[in-house]
Design a protein around this ligand. Structure first.
Ligand SMILES: Cc1ncc(COP(=O)(O)O)c(C=O)c1O
Length: 394
C-alpha cells in the first residue's frame, strides 16, 4: 500500500495548538505533532468504535496489553512485557510526573540533560524537586555527554532521580546501548533512579537503532521506569494515551499510588482503540513515514548547504525535531543573551515562520532554534524559504 504524505490537510481553525495559536499566514513548524493524517488502520478502528455510539467507562482490554507486548518484542527485541508490569495513563507527561512523585522526595535533585524537552522542568518543580543539568556538550556539530559532570551530579546526596530522554528531544540523538548502560551504572552506583521517556522511540533513521531501557542488564532495569506511547510516532497525540512500565513490582506500586493521588488513572475509549490499531495494524505506515521524514531531513540539509550555509542543522538520528544552530544570524554588537528569542520572534513576525525558541529547552541553548519537519515536503520547502528570508532580514 502507498501512503500520501504529500497531502496538505488544512488544520487552521480546527482548534489545533500548532496551527491556531499564531497569526493567520504563519507557517507553524514548532510544537511536536505532525501535519499528516493518522494511518488508514487507525482511522478505520476509530470510526468503528465511534459507530458503536456508546462511550461509557471502559476497562483496558487484554488485547491492549497484547498489542504492546507483541509490538515491542517484534520491533525492538524487548521481550515478555506483561499486563502486571504496565500502568496505562493519559500521557507521557503525567506518566513521568507520577514517576518523579513516587521516586523522589521534596527538595531532591533530578538530573536532566539539557537542552531537553521543556515540559521536563515543570514536572520536576511541581513535584517540589530541583533540576540538576548535566548539560550536553556541543562539539563538531553534535552532542555528547559530559561523563565527569554526570558522575559528580549523580554522587550528590540530594540527587535521587535521573530523567532520560531517549531518543533525545531536541538534540536528535538516539542514545546507544553503551551510553545508556553507562548512565545506568553511574546512577545505580549512586542510588539514583532512572525514568526513561521513550515517546520518540519509533522515529529513528538509518544507522541509529532505538535501545529500550528495559533491554539493558536486569539490575539496571529494576532501577528504572519507562514511559512510552504510540502518540508521537503515529500522530495521535490529541487522543492522549501512554504507559508506564516498571519491572520491579514495588516500584510499580509506588508509581500507581502516585498516579492515583492525581486521579489521572483512567484512559479514554479512543486511546485504547487507537493504540491497538497503531501497534497491530500500522507498521507498514510507520515505516513509510520514517522514510518520508528521513527524506525531509535530507531536504533541510540540502537547502541549508546550497542556500543558507550560515545555519547548521544537527544530524538527526531520531525524532522529527531538527536542532538548528542559528548563531551566525546574531549581529556583532548584539548581546548573546536573549538572541534565540529575538531571532524566533523576528522569524515569526517578519518572515511568517514559527519555530520553537531554543532557550525554552535550557539556558545553554542560546543561539539555537527547533524545527519540526513532520509536514508535507511542500510546506517544509516553503518554511525553509521563510527561514532564509528571516535570516537575511534580521
Ligand atoms: C520527550 C517528550 N515527552 C513527552 C511529550 C508529551 O507527551 P504527552 O503528550 O503524551 O503528555 C513530548 C511531546 O513533545 C516529548 O517530546
Amino acid at each position: 500500500m502507498t501512503y500520501n504524505f504529500d497531502e496538505i490537510v488544512p488544520r487552521r481553525n480546527t482548534a489545533s495548538v500548532k496551527w491556531d495559536l499564531f497569526e493567520e499566514g504563519t507557517l507553524p513548524l514548532w510544537v511536536a505533532d505532525m501535519d499528516f493524517k493518522a494511518s488508514p488502520a487507525i482511522l478505520e478502528a476509530l470510526r468503528k468504535r465511534l459507530d458503536h455510539g456508546v462511550f461509557g467507562y471502559e476497562l483496558v482490554p487484554q488485547s491492549y496489553y497484547d498489542a504492546i507486548s507483541n509490538w515491542f518484542d517484534r520491533r525492538h527485541g524487548w521481550k515478555g512485557i506483561t499486563r502486571e508490569q504496565l500502568i496505562p495513563t493519559t500521557g507521557v507527561i503525567p506518566a513521568y510526573s507520577a514517576c518523579i512523585k513516587a521516586m523522589a522526595r521534596t527538595g531532591d535533585n533530578v538530573i536532566v540533560q539539557t537542552p531537553v524537552y521543556n515540559a521536563f522542568f515543570p514536572a520536576i518543580r511541581n513535584n517540589g524537586c530541583r533540576e540538576l543539568c548535566n548539560t550536553l556538550v556541543y562539539k563538531d556539530n553534535t552532542y555528547t555527554i559530559d561523563w565527569e559532570d554526570l558522575e559528580k551530579k549523580a554522587a550528590d546526596p540530594k540527587t535521587t532521580v535521573m530523567l532520560v530522554c531517549n531518543p533525545h528531544n531536541p538534540a536528535g540523538r538516539v542514545w546507544t546501548r553503551e551510553e545508556l548502560e553507562r548512565f545506568g551504572r553511574i546512577c545505580q552506583k549512586n542510588g539514583v533512579f532512572i525514568i526513561s521517556d521513550e515517546i520518540h522511540c519509533e522515529l529513528t533513521y538509518p544507522g541509529h537503532d532505538y535501545t529500550p531501557w528495559a533491554t539493558l542488564p536486569e539490575e539496571l532495569v529494576r532501577n528504572s521506569a519507562t514511559c512510552f506511547s504510540p502518540t508521537k510516532s503515529f500522530n495521535i497525540a490529541g487522543i492522549q494515551i501512554a504507559n508506564i512500565f516498571a519491572a520491579d513490582p514495588d516500584v510499580l506500586r509506588r508509581i500507581d499510588r502516585a498516579i492515583n493521588d492525581n486521579e489521572c488513572c483512567d484512559v479514554n475509549v479512543f486511546g485504547c482503540t487507537a493504540l491497538e490499531a497503531a501497534y497491530d495494524k500500522s507498521e507498514e505506515w510507520l515505516d513509510a513515514l520514517r522514510t518520508y521524514l528521513y527524506e525531509n531531513a535530507q531536504t533541510v540539509y540540502r537547502f541549508l548547504r546550497e542556500e543558507l550555509p550560515q545555519v547548521t542543522a544537527l544530524p538527526l538520528e531520531g525524532t522529527y525535531l531538527m536542532w538548528l544552530d542559528c548563531r551566525a544570524a546574531r549581529h556583532a554588537d548584539e548581546p548573546f543573551e536573549g538572541f534565540s528569542e529575538r531571532f524566533a520572534d523576528h522569524l515569526r513576525k517578519e518572515a511568517g515562520l514559527v519555530l520553537s525558541t531554543g532557550t525554552i529547552y535550557g539556558a545553554d541553548a542560546e543561539g539555537f532554534e527547533r524545527l519540526n519537519i513532520a509536514c508535507p515536503r511542500a510546506t517544509l520547502t516553503a518554511a525553509l524559504g521563510r527561514l532564509k528570508d528571516g535570516f537575511e532580514s534580521y
